[in-house]
Design a protein around this ligand. Structure first.
Ligand SMILES: [Zn+2]
Length: 120
């Protein structure tokens, strides 16, 4: 017979073969911790997205402007994080952080835009 250990505390499990925890208490704390890690991960990403949005909002108070890549990087903008992409018929790809977006132009310039309509 295979000896199993509790995933939470490592104690030997007595009883059914498919049991993963020695007690209800261990099961609860195991899943609680897992949720906390997951929530922390999501919170970090949400914070990055919110910060990106705040940067775009700050650099684009009029709703339409052009900035350099350095302007964005100096503010701590993270290009890997965005909420959605919008591709125009001419093949340009806008990336958005919520309602604020940008389009990469030539020479490290970025056009900043603002768009409130929700796109499917
Ligand atoms: Zn246990």
């Amino acid at each position: 017979m295979e000896k199993k250990e509790c995933l939470e505390c490592g104690d030997a499990i007595i009883g059914r073969k498919d049991k993963k925890f020695c007690s209800d208490q261990c099961r609860t704390s195991f899943y609680n911790r897992q949720n906390t890690d997951q929530n922390k991960f999501m919170r970090n990403i949400n914070n990055i997205l919110r910060k990106n949005r705040r940067i775009l909002e700050k650099l684009n108070p009029s709703g339409k402007t052009t900035v350099t890549k350095t302007d964005l990087l100096d503010e701590g903008f993270k290009f890997s994080y965005f909420t959605n992409e919008y591709r125009t018929k001419t093949g340009k790809t806008y990336r958005f952080c919520y309602e604020h977006g940008y389009l990469q132009l030539e020479n490290n310039l970025y056009a900043l835009v603002f768009r409130k309509e929700y796109v499917e």
